[in-house]
Design a protein. Structure first.
Length: 624
């Protein structure tokens, strides 16, 4: 590959990123999760009687723009024939908007699709909750009673054994389950024609012997709490309410998550709060503030990604040769400095005695830091640490926090230490392994090792780094790849693992690293790129996309660069693909390569198509 071509495209990508910086120094590339949040926003506004017609019309237009020819909506492009869950959500929202009727062609086709694919009964569990809350389906008893929140942390299974993003959704759900609350309005559409059967158990809690045993254990623990049952029940509801209120962010949302805020609003309504209550009004305002225009259509983001975008971009621009004193970098890093957290969040429960110092993901995050954003932000400010006392203090706090977050097994989690009771995955909750636990993962562990190896003065053979490397080596898949929890999926995890091992003193000739390199070479496409399907996380094995994706190609190339002193034919072909694909605009450009919950929640990060190709090109240019 001609060096001047590489340099040319590095300059072009730098220019694109510089031009997209916001006035506050951050980058607002959207956190795009498809149409679910758009649909839920329409349903929420109509339920609350907030007739924001301009927003509702804009959201219906975006929803319709995503409909497939067969009447369905999909979570990702290569999902075979569509997906019942987003199709029901879209159908419901479009009807509730009042701007469409069942006679309209788009809705008629959607209904036909739903009925042909098992009916409304086939939607994801979270959608079932939303349908129950808005009076469309029967109420249900949650398998976890609200009294669960009262069990002490010393009890074998307790509320704080569930990860923070799970708790943010579970606290309002437990209140709603206890109150059997639902709210219909005069405008509520009738979805009864979407059923294929009228089963009494719409939720279909598929209990197993193991899950019955866990629930029985929780019930026994609740019975051991001293007090009258009614008093305990009231106390539990108050505790769950207080849990929510204590975690409301400055913008009024619960933990900056759309789903948690949506549920909190309904939980407060179930407790007698008026829809005009200041907490509810501010929460709705906070959700509206997450609006972002994508391809001419307004989208309500699940959360904002400003800190994540900014930390990755600041670091990558510097890698590509932009000076740390350049105004673009100065503004970006000042923004990051302002978003470092100084509150004790739930992470402190299992990590006592450690001062705050992490960064969160979104613009308004003040008490929910995570390891990934913290190492990314520290990389961004690393070049200023020796020159500026303020950055030195920020750095010291951040490094101390992130190193303290290592799990007992040697790996790193996202949000909280040692929240990995496998038994919780047996509960009859769809997507339990994504929602309830926060185990060590290859992507978090690999990137933390990469940070510690390249950006700190820690010796490569410290116990902490050795334990991290050992965790990675012990969690390699049989085919040589690693599974990445927060991205798609095996390419993502393998990139993080290889770059982390190389930065922390790993030997590229080691048999396990060679096996990973061979795996990457074997799955390279003929056009020089790489592409992995979102189906990988559901199948729990690598599933090819059938086309190359620019971001996944950048991850694969970057991993190979880290492990080779000289460019290989695979690296050269990958770099050539990146250069050609930078200006490509087809379905692969919009393909989601991030995930929150396998089978249900996928993320298209709009900045990735610039960030990761630039990083790979910069690393190629500086190494070879």
């Amino acid at each position: 590959m001609e060096k001047h071509h590489v340099k040319e495209h590095i300059k072009s990508l730098i220019h694109t990123l510089q031009n997209n910086q916001l006035d506050d120094g951050s980058w607002g590339y959207p956190f795009d999760t498809g149409i679910s949040t758009d649909a839920y926003m329409i349903i929420l506004l109509r339920t609350l009687g907030i007739n924001d017609e301009e927003l509702i019309i804009e959201l219906t237009e975006r929803i319709l723009s995503k409909q497939e020819k067969n009447g369905s909506w999909k979570l990702f492009y290569d999902e075979d024939v569509g997906n019942v869950t987003p199709t029901v959500e879209s159908y419901y929202a479009l009807l509730y908007s009042g701007y469409y009727t069942k006679k309209d062609e788009q809705l008629r086709k959607a209904r036909e699709y739903i009925l042909a694919h098992g009916g409304i009964e086939k939607v994801h569990m979270f959608t079932k909750f939303m349908l129950a809350l808005t009076g469309q389906t029967p109420q249900t008893n949650l398998p976890i009673p609200v009294e669960f929140i009262l069990l002490p942390t010393s009890f074998p299974i307790n509320f704080f054994d569930i990860t923070s993003f799970g708790r943010a959704n579970l606290a309002p759900l437990m209140i709603l389950g206890a109150n059997k609350f639902s709210k219909k309005t005069k405008r509520s559409p009738d979805l009864s024609d979407l059923y294929t059967s009228r089963s009494d158990d719409f939720f279909n809690w598929t209990e197993t012997r193991e899950s019955r045993s866990i629930i029985s254990s929780i019930e026994q623990g609740i019975k051991s709490i001293i007090g009258l049952p009614q008093h305990i029940h009231s106390l539990a509801i108050q505790r769950a309410k207080q849990y929510m209120l204590d975690r409301i962010e400055p913008d009024g949302t619960l933990s900056n998550y759309f789903s948690a805020t949506f549920l909190m609003i309904f939980a407060l309504l179930s407790l007698g709060h008026s829809r005009k209550d200041p907490i509810i009004v501010k929460a709705v305002k906070g959700l509206k503030a997450m609006k972002w225009k994508i391809n001419g259509h307004e989208h309500i983001q699940y959360t904002t990604a400003n800190v994540w975008n900014t930390s990755l971009i600041s670091f990558t621009l510097q890698k590509a040769g932009v000076s740390a004193r350049d105004p673009v970098i100065t503004k970006a890093n000042e923004y990051l400095l302002s978003r470092q957290q100084n509150k004790y969040g739930d992470w402190a429960i299992r990590n006592p005695g450690i001062p705050p110092g992490g960064w969160g993901f979104s613009d308004m995050n003040t008490m929910d830091p995570d390891v990934d954003d913290t190492t990314a932000s520290l990389r961004a400010i690393s070049s200023l640490v020796q020159q500026d006392k303020q950055y030195q203090q920020s750095w010291d706090k951040g490094v101390y926090w992130v190193t303290s977050m290592q799990n007992s097994d040697g790996g790193w989690p996202a949000f909280e230490r040692n929240v990995d009771k496998k038994i919780l995955n047996l509960l009859p909750i769809e997507g339990a392994r994504f929602l309830l636990t926060d185990p060590s993962s290859a992507d978090l562990t690999g990137r933390t090792l990469e940070f510690l190896g390249f950006y700190t003065n820690l010796s490569k053979n410290t116990n902490m780094i050795e334990k991290g490397k050992e965790w990675l080596m012990n969690h390699q898949e049989k085919d040589g790849s690693w599974y990445g929890r927060w991205g798609i999926c095996y390419i993502y995890g393998t990139w993080a693992a290889i770059t982390g091992l190389m930065a922390s003193g790993g030997d590229p000739t080691d048999a396990k690293i060679q096996k990973a390199i061979k795996w990457l070479r074997d799955i390279q496409n003929k056009d020089g790129g790489w592409g992995e399907s979102c189906k990988s996380d559901k199948n729990r094995e690598y599933t090819p996309l059938g086309a190359s994706n620019i971001t996944q190609t950048a991850w694969a190339v970057d991993a190979l660069i880290a492990a080779h002193d000289k460019p290989t034919p695979e690296i050269q072909a990958g770099i050539a693909y990146l250069i050609e694909a930078i200006y490509k605009d087809d379905w692969t450009s919009d393909y989601p390569v991030g995930q929150g919950m396998g089978g249900a929640f996928y993320i298209h990060y709009h900045g990735y198509r610039y960030i990761f190709p630039l990083l790979a090109l910069a690393n190629y240019d500086s190494k070879y």
